[in-house]
Design a protein around this ligand. Structure first.
Ligand code: AGP
Length: 392
């Protein structure tokens, strides 16, 4: 994962699929430019025959969560209107796409039928030819890559496990870089700010490795699979042991970390077969709070870098008041969340607020995996799931 993320940094964000840029229609005036340049130029109306102003992002499952994170990143950094939809819904709606809009289809496999049919629907629509369609995929030889105007390969390599993990991280990195490039074009991301942000991005691969080294000891069990880890060997394993029999888990996060709460809940469902829900933290008060009691573990993504930190801390106090067991994720420098406020604290290195999702998602993926292992599940091949939902 570290090497992959470093590769993206070296490539300037987005490894292009050879030859695909030549497919760009001449009307866009963007032939021969890299995907990032195409997007940036289109968003600015520069070098393009149209002034792109709205970006629609679609995906399914984990790819929808990546799309949601992309919305936060692009909206904050580049100040371009973005809307995110499930491909399965978008496909049957009547999308209001104008000439010059951009459709970004996110799909690890590049074959998910709802995503492919959505792309085709836009192509066939009255403004279809003047909408720029970009695929963000992990498979070079896929239908979405072939049928889009421009394809960005997240280059995560084949995922052995059915549940997506490194594909999520790689695509998130692409969108962080893309948002920065777009922000430069729109002039909303001033040079100094961008410099700091890019320095933070460069440090992400090592920080991801730090989280993996600290918390993934059970992944190193090859050949010793029969030897269970001891309680206390790593924080996540303790947490997994104590919660593997839970029937429900709630995941909370605000802003950039809301998509991570959704993704954490998804990994919990897919790998551990435990019912889990992800919510924006403040939405807890609008319903889910009724579920909280001593049997409800609540995972709260709560980095101090988050502008909503104090509000999330207040949410934690509300969970505590109802005897819920809080598992917090925060920076290693933050000492405010220890017991008795939270049962467990998972620590990650410090980084820029916008990039916290890239670090916080790792322990959540591992937690789902560990609880799945403890429950005797086939974690690489969860029941009922297939890698790509490519049925009509
Ligand atoms: C991921 O863990 C899931 N198995 C699933 O939600 C997946 O993300 C979804 O089916 C979309 O697949 P795609 O990215 O290949 O289009």
């Amino acid at each position: 994962l570290k090497q992959l993320l470093e590769k993206h940094l070296k490539a300037g964000g987005g490894v292009e699929i050879a030859g695909l840029r030549d497919k760009l229609p001449d009307s866009h005036g963007l032939k021969g430019r890299t995907p990032l340049e195409v997007m940036a130029a289109c968003s600015h109306g520069k070098g393009a025959s149209c002034s792109h102003r709205k970006i629609s992002l679609i995906g399914s499952g984990t790819s929808w969560h990546v799309s949601l994170l992309a919305e936060y990143l692009i909206e904050h950094i580049a100040r371009i209107p973005v809307e995110v939809q499930y491909a399965s819904e978008f496909r049957y709606r009547q999308p209001l796409l104008q000439p010059g809009d951009i459709l970004i289809v996110v799909s690890n496999s590049g074959e998910t039928t709802d995503a492919v049919e959505s792309l085709r629907k836009v192509r066939r629509s009255p403004n279809g030819e003047s909408v720029l369609i970009i695929a963000v995929v992990n498979e070079v030889e896929s239908t979405l890559a072939r049928e889009s105007d421009v394809a960005i390969n997240v280059s995560a390599g084949s995922e052995v496990g059915v549940a997506s993990t490194k594909g999520f991280s790689a695509a998130s990195m692409i969108f962080a870089l893309l948002a920065a490039a777009l922000g430069q074009e729109t002039g909303t991301f001033v040079a100094a700010e961008q410099g700091v942000f890019l320095d933070h991005i460069k440090a992400i691969p090592d920080k991801v490795q730090t989280v993996l080294d600290r918390e993934s000891k059970s992944l190193k069990r090859e050949g010793t699979a029969d030897k269970p880890l001891e309680i206390g060997e790593c924080a996540l394993w303790d947490i997994a042991c104590q919660n593997a029999l839970a029937q429900n888990v709630i995941f909370l996060g605000r802003g950039f970390n809301f998509p991570i709460a959704l993704e954490g809940a998804m990994k919990c469902k897919e790998l551990a077969y435990i019912h889990a829900e992800g919510y924006p933290a403040a939405e807890m008060k609008h319903g889910p709070i009724a579920l909280i009691d001593q049997f409800m573990p609540v995972v709260v993504i709560c980095p101090k870098a988050d502008t909503g930190y104090e509000k999330i801390k207040a949410n934690i106090e509300e969970v505590k008041a109802r005897s819920g067991a809080v598992i917090a994720i925060t920076e290693e420098t933050n000492t405010e969340l220890q017991a008795p406020l939270c049962e467990h604290v998972i620590y990650v290195p410090e980084t820029h607020e916008y990039l916290m999702p890239l670090l916080c998602v790792i322990p959540l993926q591992l937690l789902g995996y560990m609880m799945g292992v403890l429950r005797g599940n086939e974690v690489d091949n969860p029941r009922g799931l297939i890698k790509s939902v490519s049925t009509k």
